[in-house]
Design a protein around this ligand. Structure first.
Ligand code: FDA
Length: 396
């Protein structure tokens, strides 16, 4: 029968493309469906158009999930080196930018083209541009209506991602489908997202455009020891920059985010400065290490005018402590419209960590961002997409 396949993969993003290719190259007849007019749209805009396609430092503890052990198996069986081998086999030039992050020298388009070529080698039928209709499961077969057709297969892969950046076609479709088949969904929330400031702290918005290196942390039990030493950026709505995006994934409403300004200073550095240069002002000392506008804003809030020599060691100690854990209480985030990923998602408790198959719904698989596995910023999310896709692609 023409519309009968071994597997139907829903979502031609990073995970769906790689899963379909992996299964197709094993001789499976695979149909890959997407409602968008072209595959891999998020890949195309990723990494500022150069696609940060993996991270050399990938490790399970760089992923958030209600089930922290879930990602281990897939990540260990398909590694950054494995993906890099394919990138090199296609002659795609790449470079390591910082912190293990690997980018294309050229364009993210090369990654999409590579994945499409891998699909072609596996004889995958790719269909884009039609909304998905009813999805039914009976007699061991999944039936998917789309574009006036109904395709069927004994296996169905949910690879439709999460709802971050809806204007790019992202939807919560994966969650609706999961619920239809009795799978639970861990409350989805925006992650890797700028945080917003209100009230007194809104004053910091005057610093819009100012950036500096910090160590960002978040209070609260769940945050554990998460700490990110990278740039923070003040914006007209609050805080952004890599350090803040990273910590936003751990932040929950009501919690305090702290930033350590001038990280790496030895304890007592302000008191030392007082002894060495008693005539200097705090503002001047801060401006030696921080952008001028930020130094001024922090100084105003520390309320220590005048010369260092006139300040008590106690006051300088307190200023130092505050600079090391400067508290911000965000009133929210910029939401799914600006979130690079979605934290939460389809509960992995119901999935096999070896194959990504739902244990109680034979033939139903969940991969990529749709599942409750969220990586750090810096290529970790694509590596999860590849690894989970490979695990399912080899099991279909
Ligand atoms: P993905 O979102 O890629 O694909 C899902 C597919 O399903 C889409 O093609 C969509 O059209 C389709 N779909 C959705 N709903 C549907 C429906 N109802 N019917 C049919 N099809 C449907 N990560 C990283 O590691 N390095 C990076 O450089 C970046 N950069 C980056 C930049 C920006 C701006 C964003 C928004 C995100 C990133 N990311 C990233 C994150 C990364 O893009 C993301 O984690 C992966 O694309 C997830 O892959 P998936 O295949 O799971 O979903």
């Amino acid at each position: 029968m023409k519309d009968a396949y071994d597997a139907i993969v829903l979502g031609a993003g990073a995970a769906g493309l790689f899963c379909a290719a992996s299964a197709g190259q094993r001789g499976k007849r695979v149909l890959l469906l997407d409602h968008a007019n072209q595959p891999g749209k998020k890949i195309l805009i990723s990494g500022g158009g150069r696609c940060n396609f993996t991270n050399r430092d990938t490790a399970p503890d760089r992923y958030l999930s209600s089930n922290p052990h879930f990602a281990k198996s897939a990540l260990s069986r398909y590694t950054p080196a494995d993906f890099l081998e394919m990138v090199e086999a296609y002659g795609i030039a790449w470079h390591e930018k910082t912190l293990g992050q690997l980018f294309c020298d050229g364009s993210a388009r090369q990654i999409v083209d590579m994945l499409l070529e891998e699909c072609a080698r596996g004889g995958v039928e790719v269909s884009c541009g039609d909304a998905l209709g009813e999805i039914a499961h009976a007699d061991g077969l999944y039936r998917v209506a789309f574009g006036g057709r109904v395709a069927q297969a004994p296996a169905l892969v949910i690879a439709t991602g999460g709802p971050s950046i809806p204007k790019m076609g992202a939807t919560g479709f994966a969650y609706d489908l999961a619920r239809q088949f009795g799978l639970k969904v861990v409350q989805p929330r925006p992650a890797l997202v700028p945080l917003t400031l209100a009230g007194d702290e809104a004053l910091f918005r005057e610093l819009s455009g100012v950036s500096t290196e910090v160590i960002a942390r978040v209070s609260g039990k769940e945050a554990g020891k998460a700490a990110f030493r990278e740039a923070a950026l003040f914006t007209h709505r609050g805080l952004s920059g890599p350090a803040i995006l990273q910590i936003s994934s751990y932040w929950q409403r009501g919690q305090t985010v702290t930033t350590q300004f001038m990280p790496g200073r030895a304890e007592g550095w302000l008191k030392d400065a007082k002894r060495e240069r008693p005539r200097t002002s705090l503002r001047k000392v801060l401006a030696e290490a921080l952008p001028d506008r930020l130094a001024e804003a922090l100084c105003e809030r520390l309320a220590l005018p005048g010369e260092l020599g006139a300040m008590s060691d106690k006051a300088l100690g307190a200023a130092e402590a505050k600079l090391a854990r400067w508290p911000f209480v965000p009133d929210g985030s910029e939401g799914f419209a600006k979130a690079e990923v979605t934290a939460g998602g389809i509960d992995t408790g119901a999935l096999s960590s070896k194959t990504m198959e739902a244990r109680k719904v034979p033939g139903l698989y969940v991969i990529g961002e749709a599942a409750d596995v969220t990586g750090w910023l810096g290529g970790y999310n694509f590596q999860w997409a590849w690894a989970s896709a490979r695990a399912a692609g080899l099991a279909l």
